[in-house]
Design a protein around this ligand. Structure first.
Ligand SMILES: [Zn+2]
Ligand SMILES: [Zn+2]
Length: 480
């Protein structure tokens, strides 16, 4: 298995686990996590999907070898659930202490007694155990080919937290260029940004601004995906694009053949974005991918990013983006601008959408919120204004009116949300509703999230893709 190995939990799951393990009685408690798995060159992530709290005295009882243990019945029931659902089985208990934690020799001996058989029952697992202290987590993960230590746990909420077997000393981030950043987000925050891998899908007007902002913030690694070349009409909106990139001396002519030639050899948008990012941060690692997220091979290059931005207009790319967010537990954001023109060709409404899409039920799933039109959803519960906002932004956008400042409004909002989230600047409870700005009225509308209880992306109904990682298929084209 690729290392490091980590476990991703949502904040809601983490709170529930903490409450169960540390009710204030200083005693030991237990539970089981069923998790999906994704393995990439960056490491292996276990993705918590279901949590099963063991009832004290019934499922979690005094042990033959150790202090307490899960009953054989509980283990059998939960491991066969994991086997049926093709998930990994993780047994969890707690130790005292706060800032560091490790398994006891009893714990390790019990893994050696139990896990070889459990690997067989769960068709190769992986299986394993986690032990929690208040601010620390350690893990012992078993596969058929070996045994691994868990490196860290990532908790996804309005603050993204990382928890290790022992609380780490603060890091020193010394590049003086980031002095003003560091005054806001701290050296730790700057260090966190420098280690993030971010995906940006669509490097047109909106995406080019996301790219500029994220790279100036000091993010260390960007994967940019767009199949398109820059066009003369894009120049007023794409950061860093020049007339030279759009081969303006040809594309400005009236001669259709020269125009065609110019378009054929204009620069790819991702290459312009790469140039901009490297100017902002010469140390950045940049993967410029000429391609479409709808293709399986391209989508799979985004499954290990820490955050995913979507700035395209196609509904198909929304479908794949939403699937990646939920299947791989990757927080994301979608932006878009829609200018509505009435029958007299006058501008009627100017809608600017900034939507955070968090990887848990009620997190702003595009499918639940009717933003992927084939999706199933009851529209009730929305106010007239919310309905109006959602309905109009749905359609594909072709040669629509647009200017850079409208794109900038949505891009700045979601990049700021992203920055606040990873550097811990957000308060513990923050409303991450979708935001639609009616620019012509200078009015913000916060759109309450809809929840489809059987959503195939974000619910944990048996058929959904939530947290399944590599063990489910993305809704992609197979070719390429
Ligand atoms: Zn223990
Ligand atoms: Zn959903």
């Amino acid at each position: 298995m690729k290392t490091p190995i980590s476990l991703t939990l949502t904040d809601r799951q983490f709170q529930k686990i903490q409450k169960h393990l540390f009710p204030g009685d200083n005693d030991e408690h237990g539970l089981v996590i069923a998790a999906g798995i994704v393995e990439t060159p960056r490491g292996t992530r276990l993705l918590a999907r279901d949590t099963f709290m063991a009832k004290d005295g019934k499922d979690y009882v005094p042990g033959k070898h150790g202090y307490r243990a899960l009953t054989a019945e509980f283990v059998a029931e939960k491991s066969s659930f994991c086997c049926d659902q093709n998930l990994c089985y993780l047994a969890v208990h707690c130790h005292g202490g706060n800032d560091s934690v490790a398994f006891s020799t009893d714990d390790l001996a019990s893994h050696e007694r139990g896990y070889p058989a459990l690997l067989d029952i769960t068709k190769g697992g992986p299986v394993g155990a986690l032990v929690f202290a208040k601010n620390a987590v350690a893990g012992d993960i078993w596969t058929r080919n070996g045994r691994y230590e868990l490196d860290s746990v990532t908790v996804i909420g309005s603050r993204i937290q990382k928890i290790f077997p022992r609380v780490l000393a603060g890091t020193q981030f010394s590049d003086p260029k980031y002095d003003r950043n560091v005054r806001l987000i701290g050296e730790n925050g700057q260090e966190i940004l420098s280690k993030l891998k971010i995906g940006i899908v669509g490097l047109g007007g909106g995406g080019s601004i996301l790219n500029e902002l994220v790279s100036r913030l000091g993010v260390g690694h960007i994967v940019a995906v767009d199949f398109d070349r820059v066009d003369l009409t894009n120049l007023p909106r794409i950061v860093g694009a020049t007339e030279h990139d759009a081969i303006a001396f040809l594309t400005r002519t009236k001669n259709p053949w020269l125009k065609y030639l110019g378009k054929r050899f204009a620069k790819y948008k991702v290459l312009i974005a790469q140039k901009v990012a490297k100017q902002a941060n010469p140390k950045i690692r940049y993967e410029a991918i000429v391609g479409n997220i709808v293709d399986k091979s391209i989508a799979h290059q985004l499954v290990d990013v820490d955050f995913l931005f979507l700035a395209t207009d196609s509904i198909q790319s929304r479908l794949v983006f939403n699937a990646i967010v939920y299947q791989y537990l990757i927080p994301g954001a979608q932006i878009g601008v829609k200018v509505l023109v009435n029958t007299e060709r006058q501008v009627d409404q100017i809608l600017v959408a900034s939507r955070m899409v968090m990887p848990f039920s009620g997190g702003g799933c595009l499918s639940c919120n009717n933003l992927i039109p084939a999706g199933r959803l009851a529209n009730e519960g929305l106010s007239e204004k919310e309905r109006r906002a959602q309905r109009y932004i749905d359609d594909d956008e072709i040669s629509e009116p647009n200017v850079i400042s409208l794109n900038a409004m949505s891009a700045a909002r979601v990049v700021n949300d992203f920055m606040m989230m990873f550097t811990g600047l957000f308060n513990e409870v923050v409303n991450l509703n979708h935001i639609i700005e009616f620019a012509e009225n200078r009015e913000l509308c916060s759109v309450k999230h809809q929840i489809d209880k059987v959503c195939l992306d974000c619910s944990n109904s048996g058929l959904s893709r939530l947290a399944r990682g590599d063990r489910a298929h993305l809704p992609c084209r197979e070719n390429s």
